[in-house]
Design a protein around this ligand. Structure first.
Ligand code: SAM
Length: 280
């Protein structure tokens, strides 16, 4: 019997259902239920919350989320081989686990969930980054979720929490920190997974702010930040020439030296620049 519920250990689940890991689906499973419960705890108090879990696989993290008291879990899994194993978890927790067998990039989850909603996932890194950028830029703010607790390659996690002046600082840091608090809350070695990936991983926890940290129009901020970091080695007056011919004026109005490079400009300054552009 496992430490956190009455279901079989995950190695047994994997053997029973023939869940050999598939590289194409980015399958690196967490089999230690103490570890999955620890990751679930990083999401905060789950009692009274609906949790969206993307990519549950054999259900190690799902079991952690249920054991930590999530009111309901909605799990979206693309690999149909995992569905019978997930059905066993659902049967052991009547009314608390709904599973959708589909591609998470295609499902509109909001109709299945009630606020407050926390999102937790150990996903393939490419899908994780794509979903993160969608969750961070939903059109209207505040978003439907209150927090995101996501496993990433350590290098991606560092880009999310990066500060100006570091190599990791760029579009992902700006997008993440403009309307959320972002922290790395756990570090995991490759051996924590079966099979082990090539690189270290980290769990990032993001909490949605009620309003943006600094005012700006999302589309303008993103356009400026994309142009600035696309040519991050150039001075901003050159990198942003395409945005408007009067860019030097706007940079100065935002308190930025036209000879600065993108990686030294703070989030506050980028927001000021977006506002200056919109005011012109
Ligand atoms: N959460 C499980 C764990 O921690 O052991 C599995 C993690 S494994 C890194 C990623 C999981 O995401 C796999 O089960 C894979 O089948 C699933 N997956 C991959 N792409 C997906 C997608 N687009 N939508 C939903 N699930 C996906």
């Amino acid at each position: 019997m496992s430490a956190i519920d009455r279901l079989p250990p995950l190695r047994e689940v994997i053997a029973t259902h023939g869940l050999s890991a598939r590289k194409a689906l980015g399958q690196n499973f967490l089999l230690d239920l103490n570890l999955t419960a620890k990751i679930a705890r990083q999401a905060g108090d789950l009692t009274g919350c609906d949790v969206l879990e993307v990519g549950p696989g054999p259900g190690g993290l799902t079991r952690g989320l249920l054991a930590e008291g999530a009111r309901r879990v909605l799990a979206i899994e693309k690999d149909p081989r995992c569905l019978p194993a997930l059905a066993e978890i659902a049967a052991a927790h009547p009314g608390r686990l709904e599973v959708i067998g589909d591609d998470a990039l295609k499902v509109d989850v909001t109709q299945h969930l009630s606020a407050p909603i926390r999102i937790v996932a150990n996903l393939p890194y490419n899908v994780g980054t794509e979903l993160l950028t969608r969750w961070l830029d939903p059109g209207d703010w505040p978003p439907f979720w209150t927090s995101l607790t996501l496993m990433f390659q350590r290098e991606v996690a560092e880009r999310i929490v990066a500060q100006p002046g570091s190599k990791a600082y760029g579009r992902l840091a700006i997008l993440s920190q403009w309307r959320s608090d972002a922290r790395i809350v756990m570090d995991l070695p490759p051996e924590a997974f079966t099979p082990p990936p090539k690189v270290r991983s980290a769990v990032v926890h993001l909490t949605a702010l009620n309003a943006p940290r600094y005012p700006a129009r999302a589309a303008t901020l993103q356009r400026v930040v994309a142009a600035a970091f696309n040519q991050r080695r150039k001075m901003l007056r050159a990198a942003l020439k395409g945005v408007t011919p009067e860019i030097e004026e706007h940079l100065l109005a935002a308190g930025i030296k036209p000879t600065d490079r993108a990686e030294t400009v703070s989030l506050e300054q980028f927001c000021a620049l977006a506002r200056a552009l919109d005011a012109s």
